[in-house]
Structures are given as C-alpha cells and as structure tokens.
Ligand binder design. Structure first.
Ligand SMILES: *[C@@H]1O[C@H](CO)[C@@H](O)[C@H](O)[C@H]1NC(C)=O
Ligand SMILES: *[C@@H]1O[C@H](CO)[C@@H](O)[C@H](O)[C@H]1NC(C)=O
Ligand SMILES: *[C@@H]1O[C@H](CO)[C@@H](O)[C@H](O)[C@H]1NC(C)=O
Ligand SMILES: *[C@@H]1O[C@H](CO)[C@@H](O)[C@H](O)[C@H]1NC(C)=O
Ligand SMILES: *[C@@H]1O[C@H](CO)[C@@H](O)[C@H](O)[C@H]1NC(C)=O
Ligand SMILES: *[C@@H]1O[C@H](CO)[C@@H](O)[C@H](O)[C@H]1NC(C)=O
Ligand SMILES: *[C@@H]1O[C@H](CO)[C@@H](O)[C@H](O)[C@H]1NC(C)=O
Ligand SMILES: *[C@@H]1O[C@H](CO)[C@@H](O)[C@H](O)[C@H]1NC(C)=O
Length: 773
C-alpha cells in the first residue's frame, strides 16, 4: 500500500534529483521523445512536448502527477507536429519549432532575444532578459486553465478546449469584463445578457476587478482597492494539494484539486453555473436542444431533424427531408417542442395571439421556418435555431414547420431523391441571406458599437439585483425588491408573518424565480438582531430547508427572499384529494421533514427552534421534495400562533401545550408540532375536521382510540399499507404529542424510530401526564 500511496512523491524527488537547475540557457533544445521537457525546480510542472492526436503539441503540464494534466498549450489551434520535430532555444534567444527538414516555425507570441527561459513551480513559464527580468509569461496568455498566483484582469478570458484530448479552442469562454463581472459566453456571441450563461460579480465595480486563486484554493474577485468583492470559495487545505480552475469543454467553469498524497483523480471543489448542465448555450449545436438527464447533457433534434454527426452531438442537427419550395400550407404542419428556450432571432412579431394562430401564421409565411410562442407573443424565426435547451419551468413552445406525416410529392421526401431541390433551396436561402445581410449592414452602421457599449450597462444594471449562487444571503434595497416582484404584483400567499410575492432575479446564471416575503410584525427590540439573524438563517444549508437567498433591511421595510417552491405547500398536497400521495411517498416526506427539523435542532451552527412547524410552512419543490420554510423567524416576530390555533374544544392544533403554560420553550415544541404533522401525513387529513363524525373530529384523539382498539386501518381509510409500518408511524406520532415535553423524543430519536432502526415502546395516552404537571 505505502509505495503506491507515495508514488507521486517518489516521482517528484526523482525529477528533482535529475534536474537541479531551472534556468534554461540558449542552445538548449527539446525533442518529443527524448529530453522532451524542461521541468520546474520541484518537478511539479514541466514545459515541453506532450502527445496530442497522432503527433505532439508544446505546452505546460503537471509532470508531478501520474496523469499528465495539460494546463497551457502554445499555438493551441495549430496542428500537432511529428515526432522528429525539435523545439530549439537558439543561441540568439528564439524559441522555434524546427522540422526534421530544418524548416522553422516561431511559436506565436514568444518575443525574440530571451537570455534564458524558466519553468516556475507555479506553472508559469517565463522568458527572461539578460537582467533576469520577465519579458514574457505564459500566465499572461491563458488557454483554458487558471492557476494559483495567476491574474485574470479585464479583457482577459479563458477559452474551453474542444475535448479532454484535443486542446484546440472550444466553444465557450469565461471573460473578466470591464464592469467587474466574470461572465461566461458561447464563443462568437456578443457579450450581452442575452448570451451570457454563467458568471459572478457585483454591480458598481470599475474595470479593475481581477480574478485570483490562492494556493489553498481560495478563489475570489478582488477590486483595485484591494477589496474582495466575491468569494467563490473560502479556500481549503494548502499542503500537498494542487488547484486549478478550468473552463471545461462542456462550458462549465470548475475548480479542481488534487491531493499529492493520494493516487486518485482530480476532485471538483466548486463549479459554475451550478444549477443546470444545459446552461452553457450551444452544447447541442444548431437545431438541437439540450435536455439534462441525471446531470448529464442529452441532445435532441427538432422534429424531423437528425444529427449531422451521431458521434458528435454538438455538431447539431439538419432536416432529414427537403422543405418544399412552394409554401402551400397544406403540405406542412407545425410541430410543437414544449418548454424549450432558444435564441430569439425573430424577424416578425405577433402579439396577443394564441399558439394555434401563431402556428397558422408561420404556415402561411414562406419565410417562416419556426415560431416561438410564449405568453401570447408569437415570434417568427428562420432556421437555424440556436442555443436550445429544455427548461421545465418555462412556458415557451417552439413551433417547428415540418412535412405532414403523410409524405406528399413536394413536401416530405428523403434528401437523396430531391438533390436538385435541395441545391436550389440553398441558393435561394443563400441569396436572401446575402441580401438581408447587406440591408442590415447598410442600416446598422454605428448601431453595432452602441449595442456593445450598452451591453455592459445591461449587465451592470442587472447586477443591482444579482444573486450569486455561492454568496450568502444578500442585502437588498426596498426598491430592488419592488423591481424584482414587479411592484409586488403576484401574491403567492399570506402567512402568520406576512405576505409572499413571486419575483424573478438575475443570479448571474439566468433568471431565477424567487418568493419574496414581506414581514409585517417585527418586534421592536429585535430590530438590531435582524441582520445577525438573517446571517444565521442564511448559513443553513440542508436539502429539506427552504433557502434564504436575501433580505431587505431598508427603512421600515423588512423583506426576505427565498427560493421559489413550485409545488405549493404540504397542506395543498396533503389535503387536496386529487393530489393523493401514495403511502410510500408520504413516509418519505415525513422522514425528510424530520431530517430538516433535526438539522435545525442539532446540526446547524446555532440551534434554531422553528416554533411553527405545520403543513402550510412545509413547501414542496418541483420534485415534491418537502422543504421547511419560515424557520428562524419566531425569535424576531411576535409569536402569536399560541392564540391562532386554539380551538374551541381545547385542541392545540400544532402548538405544544407548554406555550399556553408559559413554560420555557425548547426544541420539544417542534417535536410536538412534528407529531401532529406526522399524524396528518399518515391520515391525509387536517388535525381538526368538524365535518367528520364527533369521535373523529380531533385527529390526535381519534388516532389514540384507533391505536388502543387495534383498528389503525381506519386511519388510512383501509388503504393497502404495510401494517407494521403504519403502527410504527402512529406510535412515533403519539410519542411526539405527549403533553410533557421531557417525555417527547428528540428529533434524532424520532428519525431513528421512523426509519425503524430502534424499537418503539407503547406510547401512553397523550394527556395522561397532564395531572402531574
Ligand atoms: C538530455 O539533456 C541532458 C542535459 O540536459 C544531456 O546530458 C543528455 O545527453 C540529453 N539526452 C539526450 C538523449 O539528448
Ligand atoms: C482538434 O479539433 C479540431 C476541430 O475539431 C480539429 O481541426 C483538429 O484536427 C483536432 N486536433 C486533434 C489533434 O485531434
Ligand atoms: C537550433 O537552431 C540553430 C539556428 O537555427 C541551429 O544552428 C542549431 O543547430 C539548432 N540546434 C539543434 C540542436 O538542432
Ligand atoms: C540571473 O539568475 C541566475 C540564477 O538565479 C544567476 O546565476 C544570474 O547571476 C542572474 N543574472 C543576473 C544578471 O542577475
Ligand atoms: C497578480 O497581481 C498581483 C497584484 O495585483 C501582482 O502582485 C502579481 O505579480 C500578479 N501576478 C502575475 C502573474 O501577473
Ligand atoms: C472573503 O473572504 C475573506 C477571508 O477569506 C474575507 O476577509 C472577506 O471579507 C470575504 N469577502 C466577502 C465579500 O465575503
Ligand atoms: C425523419 O426523422 C423523423 C424523426 O424525427 C422520422 O420519423 C422520419 O421517418 C424521418 N424521415 C426520413 C425521410 O428519414
Ligand atoms: C425579437 O428579436 C430581437 C433581436 O433579434 C429581440 O431584441 C427582441 O426582444 C425579440 N422580440 C421578442 C418579442 O422576443
């Protein structure tokens, strides 16, 4: 075991022993096969030849690791050179590639007349003059990788590679912008919000913002005043670990680490964009759209299109038939591709229309090859459609003009039999494109320049309401949230603490739907605690807790910005008969809620007692995964729930009895509320339901009766469920709702009981200990 573990170190020391010097003098040379590289003093990095395709390229790689990771390539877009080439550092100080025949090609951008060259341990390859001053450095000309101590300042970009094995320029870039934003775009698009797909930054910065990476993996944006404006990571272990930031061929910017003491692969420490692998625009080429399947990129073609190259999905899709020249509408049809977003290159817009009329308008229009329809707006498009991806939450429908399914003479024939037509089509399209281009050129002129300047402004304007995924809760002004919610237009609901509105925020990656809660009753003495508390809540990270994204503490206004949960609350799901959840789904939900509460009680930085656990406060995400909301607020707000739920018959609703008795409030109040919620989940009914027969109206009483009489089946309306499991769930619920707080189990115990890991004793009657208090 040991020798394998320490293999990289052995390698390092071996290299170190052989090559002591780091300055390379004129007259030295490298060949791809023998003496192929100049290592850095420690041997971690090396400059020289590495294998690429069926030849060799010149670059910098991590020689100290078993798998050579290339971090820089000279002339990355030039073809590889054969094995008999030579890299010659000539006596007159030029770095040139020489072929076996003696032909010389200068390596681009290397200045002439260097006195020495040196591969540094930072991964920077430098050319020095006779005074040992750096006259050129590879760090100034990054390819796809950024290393500790390197700087990326405004105007500089990293470009992705074609693939892991082909280091030629790929299709994505990450740019340090003039406005201080680090932003990601597909290569060849304008640097505007419409095309950006990822990035980070904050508004109001100048062009002095620099991206930096420390040796410990601390990745951040820092401005000219020396203020760190965004921390992407806080840094990790520095000893024997190497870090690199790479924009990968799939367009995602990833921070990798490699532990020199381990033989493993690179580990991903951070990445952006981090919410959808389909975010990088153009992954599937033209006329194709990206669909995320289990965090993998999947590509689909438009209907009646097929991949240009099945092996290389990013090459895009083409029609597998020839569109008819005549545009009689009866030979074409419109086929919808729902929930997909595309670049909008409309040439004509119809507003206030329906999807059917939109399709019809395109069918009638010979120029129209597709239409995008959303919210009553129809935009007619010509092919190709670019940057398509499926967004389940977006209602855009792409309508594609296709041949009718029953092929007709002109309409829908395989390509081969209509070659003539095909060429004619190309000609027509070509001529019209040329004409169009000329017109555009003629009329636009200065406009192009304007758009460019303006585009930066757009980004910084949006920056006002930015929300980096990785930045802890952000402080907003009231005006910003007013904008985010469109003037508090769409109300999502009202709760004990305030009203919730729907809003949309630019999070540096795209639009993000959020829920903005306007608090009404802040306790005056808690005023100063507000921001501290927001930070505490903001630091909670659990998959069963709704995330706080931001807050507003502006004059008298207190608002909270949460992630948006598209499936309403558990109350909606549980008490709506049409949404009936299966027993197994319900049990899963109960366990997840318990995990969320357990986290609040025992696992987060400072203990949080929720004080208001109820189905209305448990929200369901798009995958019907429950997330607890409103935690951490009880401290700040009037706890008036003690009154709200007291029922005429003395039932306590979700509120533990100690609330009424002025006993100290402990985590056990949440256990009580959870118990009630659990019983509701088991029975799919509300805890108080006066529409039911008298003996069933109060849930906890009814459950206890059924439990005592051994008729638990009644609780689930004789639904087919695992009897043992049902009994276990009912027992857990009954233990949780005991009047005496100290007798209720902790959430940890509750979870163990729910999971069946521990035995559950028979619970006493919920009120049996009341007299003892
Ligand atoms: C490799 O370089 C070393 C010195 O740097 C030299 O002694 C050795 O002969 C070279 N080997 C070959 C095969 O050129
Ligand atoms: C890398 O990809 C480019 C573009 O697809 C191609 O032209 C080049 O030949 C490839 N290089 C190698 C070494 O495969
Ligand atoms: C390097 O280039 C110089 C000038 O082009 C040439 O004289 C010399 O022989 C070359 N060195 C080798 C090892 O080929
Ligand atoms: C440059 O550095 C080398 C090695 O560190 C040293 O031997 C040499 O004297 C230096 N030259 C000058 C001009 O400082
Ligand atoms: C990066 O920037 C810092 C401070 O601005 C500077 O000291 C350092 O030399 C720069 N590094 C490189 C490789 O340019
Ligand atoms: C980033 O982290 C550093 C410490 O590593 C801290 O000093 C700084 O305030 C942080 N900046 C932001 C914007 O969070
Ligand atoms: C074109 O592709 C569609 C699937 O997208 C297929 O149903 C149809 O048969 C294909 N037509 C031809 C002519 O290959
Ligand atoms: C139509 O396309 C232009 C750019 O080509 C875009 O600015 C505009 O927003 C689009 N209109 C609609 C309604 O999407």
């Amino acid at each position: 075991m040991m020798p394998i573990l320490f293999f990289p170190f052995l390698l390092l020391s071996a290299i170190f022993a052989q090559q002591g010097q780091s300055l390379v003098k004129p007259g030295s040379f490298l060949t791809p096969t023998t003496n192929s590289s100049w290592p850095s003093p420690s041997g971690l990095y090396a400059f020289g030849f590495y294998k690429q395709g069926n030849g060799y390229a010149v670059g910098i790689f991590l020689a100290g690791l078993p798998q050579k990771t290339v971090v820089w390539t000279a002339d990355r877009d030039k073809p590889p050179v054969p094995a008999d080439s030579k890299l010659n550092f000539t006596t007159d100080g030029r770095l040139v590639l020489q072929s076996a025949q003696g032909a010389e090609t200068g390596l681009a951008s290397f200045p002439e007349g260097a006195s020495s060259v040196s591969m540094l341990d930072t991964g920077n390859f430098v050319l020095l003059n006779s005074a040992n001053q750096t006259v050129w450095q590879s760090f100034g000309f990054p390819t796809d990788t950024f290393l500790p101590t390197q700087n990326l300042s405004h105007g500089q970009a990293l470009y992705s590679s074609i693939s892991e094995t082909n280091k030629s320029t790929g299709i994505f870039l990450v740019l340090m912008q003039e406005d201080g934003w680090l932003a990601m775009y597909p290569v060849g698009t304008p640097y505007t919000l419409d095309y950006g797909y990822g990035g980070l930054g904050i508004s109001g910065q100048k062009n002095d913002v620099v991206l930096q990476l420390e040796a410990d993996g601390h990745l951040y944006l820092i401005n000219g005043a020396g203020t760190i404006i965004v921390n992407m990571t806080d840094g990790y272990l520095a000893k024997d670990v190497v870090y690199r930031l790479t924009i990968d061929p799939d367009g995602i910017l990833r921070l990798y680490s490699h532990d020199m003491n381990q033989n493993g692969d690179w580990t991903i420490k951070w990445f952006n964009p981090n919410n959808d692998v389909c975010m990088p625009k153009g992954l599937c080429g033209i006329n194709g759209y990206c669909v995320a399947i289990d965090l993998q990129v999947g590509c689909n073609c438009l209907p009646q299109f097929e991949f240009v190259n099945k092996e290389e999905k990013s090459s895009g899709c083409q029609r597998n038939f020839t569109i008819a020249e005549s545009c009689k509408s009866d030979i074409h049809a419109m086929e919808p591709v729902p929930n997909t977003v595309w670049e909008n290159n409309n040439y004509s817009i119809i507003i206030s229309t329906t999807q059917d009329n939109c399709g019809e308008a395109c069918l009638q229009d010979c120029n129209c090859e597709a239409a995008l329809f959303k919210d009553g707006v129809c935009t007619k498009q010509r092919l190709p459609l670019r940057f398509g991806r499926r967004v389940h939450t977006d209602s855009t429908v792409a309508l594609i003009k296709v041949g009718k399914s029953t092929p007709t003479i002109d309409g829908y024939l395989p390509k081969e039999s209509k070659k003539e037509h095909y060429r004619l089509d190309i000609l027509i399209v070509g001529v019209s494109l040329l004409a169009f281009a000329l017109v555009v050129l003629a009329i636009s002129g200065i406009a192009v320049y304007r758009i460019r300047v303006w585009s930066y402004k757009v980004i910084s304007n949006h920056g006002n309401t930015v929300l980096g995924e990785d930045v802890a809760p952000k402080s907003f002004t009231y005006a910003q949230l007013e904008k985010v919610t469109g003037g508090f237009k769409e109300e999502l609901g009202r709760g004990a603490f305030g009203t919730v509105y729907k809003g949309a925020i630019w999070n540096g990656v795209g639009q993000r739907i959020v829920a903005v809660k306007r608090l009404d009753k802040l306790l005056a003495e808690r005023e100063r605690e507000f921001q501290t508390e927001m930070k505490v809540i903001g630091r909670t990270h659990h998959k069963n807790l709704v995330r706080l994204l931001g807050y507003c503490h502006d004059g008298p206004n207190r608002l909270l910005v949460y992630e948006y949960m598209s499936n309403g609350s558990l109350a909606d799901v549980l008490f709506t008969p049409q949404k009936q959840l299966s027993w197994n789904e319900r049990m899963e939900i109960a366990r997840k809620i318990a995990k969320g509460i357990l986290y609040l009680h025992e696992e987060c930085e400072s203990q949080i007692i929720h004080c208001d656990v109820k189905p209305q406060n448990i929200l369901m995400d798009a995958h019907r995964c429950p997330k607890i909301s409103d935690f951490g607020l009880a401290k700040l707000l009037k706890a008036d729930q003690t009154k709200t739920f007291t029922d005429i018959r003395g039932t306590k609703g979700y509120v533990a009895p100690e609330w009424h008795r002025k006993l100290p409030v402990t985590v056990k109040v949440d256990v009580y509320s959870f118990g009630i919620v659990l019983l509701e989940i088991i029975c799919c009914r509300k805890s108080v339901d006066h529409d039911r027969p008298e003996e069933e109206a109060i849930l906890e009483e009814w459950v206890y009766q059924c439990f005592e009489s051994g008729e638990l089946g009644k609780l689930v309306n004789n639904e087919e469920v695992d009897k043992k499991q049902l009994e276990r769930m009912a027992k857990v619920g009954l233990w949780c709702i005991l009047d005496e707080p100290s007798l209720r189990p902790s959430m940890k115990k509750v979870l163990l009981m729910l999971e069946g890991t521990v035995d559950i004793p028979t619970p006493p009657s919920p009120t049996s200990f009341l007299s003892a208090i």
